[in-house]
Design a protein around this ligand. Structure first.
Ligand code: TRP
Length: 330
């Protein structure tokens, strides 16, 4: 029996290169070795987009296509929509007894997100948003996942899921599998303005960006503020363009570094080369995305079948959980 993976995304916007290197690439590489489930977490997306259901709906298809374009193969992996699995919502209710409010408030990722969403929440966050790690624990455990490949920012969520599992098993007897996180080799990718790359922060390169847009975005990025003229000596360690060169795997990384430090290379040339490297990586992804974009029925079919299969797995887990909780009435 293959071990199982559960991982996924919130459908709140197009996926960007941070997602690609931080999560998607890893997920695609693991799908042969693991029985992989990819969740499109629309219920979680609504926790901070409840006023915007059309946006979430639209992005469910977008994120599905981004995953397929990046190499998730529907014949190997199961890709599904969270809200079509009501068992996850039921598990969330049961797990909510096993987590304290204080514990949720201490979750660093949630804390940071609440800070970023001041406009939406003010000083008074919703029950749903504060509690989304509980629902994420349900996403993971509904599938008895062994492994959860995620970006670094998701580690607190996995830790919380593990705590819930331990508590559940301790109270109701061994039932749930304790999942392990697997972080990709690229921890956190900075946005073009050096802040965290975010779907809503306007500093990202998206997988769907055409070459002209990529060129425009890269060209306007701030490099090393101490390097003003071509001949000025640069500091690659502070430069996002250098970071991106690393990520996009140029063979000339050493040369780039040396030339930048000595003042032999200007930022304009460096950016031009980066645009080329990005285009090389994104071209096959965009070609595949086009294929799916032209076949919306196919995408729907993949999601429909994936969700049916996912539901049959989650049903089994819920049945077991209810038995353990003495909720198996009739
Ligand atoms: N919270 C994740 C994100 O923001 C998305 C997600 C939802 C997820 N459920 C999950 C990730 C379960 C891993 C496992 O990207």
């Amino acid at each position: 029996m293959k071990k199982r993976i559960l991982t996924g995304d919130r459908p709140t916007g197009p996926l960007h290169i941070g997602h690609y290197f931080g999560a998607l690439k890893n997920r695609v590489a693991l799908q042969d070795e693991y029985d992989t489930f990819v969740i499109i977490a629309d219920v979680q997306a609504l926790t901070d987009n409840f006023q915007n259901p059309e946006k979430v709906r639209k992005n469910v298809y977008g994120v599905a296509m981004d995953n397929l374009a990046a190499g998730i193969d529907p014949n190997k992996s199961t890709i599904f929509i969270q809200s079509l699995i009501p068992e996850i919502a039921e598990l969330t209710v049961f797990y909510s007894n096993l987590v304290t409010i204080t514990r949720l408030q201490r979750n660093p990722t949630v804390k940071e997100e609440i800070e970023q969403k001041k406009e939406l929440f003010g000083d008074n966050v919703t029950f749903g948003f504060l509690g989304y790690p509980v629902s994420q624990a349900a996403d993971i455990t509904a599938f008895q996942a062994d492994l959860v490949p995620v970006g670094e920012d998701q580690l607190p969520q996995i830790e919380q899921a593990r705590e819930i599992v331990r508590k559940f098993n301790q109270i109701y007897g061994p039932t749930l599998k304790e999942p392990e996180a697997k972080v990709s080799q690229f921890p956190r990718i900075r946005g073009l303005d050096r802040a965290k790359m975010g779907k809503s922060l306007n500093n990202a390169i998206y997988l769907v960006d055409p070459p002209e847009i990529i060129k425009k975005k890269v060209t306007s990025a701030i490099t090393d503020t101490k390097k003003i003229y071509l001949k000025d000596k640069g500091h690659p360690e502070v430069c996002v363009i250098y970071d991106y060169h690393k990520m996009f795997g140029t063979d000339e990384l050493d040369i780039i570094e040396k030339e930048c430090r000595s003042g032999a290379r200007g930022c304009v040339q460096c950016k031009k080369e980066l645009v080329e490297s990005i285009a090389k990586i994104l071209a096959p992804i965009q070609e595949k995305r086009q294929h799916y974009q032209e076949r919306p029925k196919l995408v729907e079919e993949i999601l429909f079948e994936g969700s049916q299969k996912a539901r049959s797995v989650a049903k089994k887990t819920l049945k077991l959980v209810k038995e353990k909780m003495h909720l198996n009435y009739f």
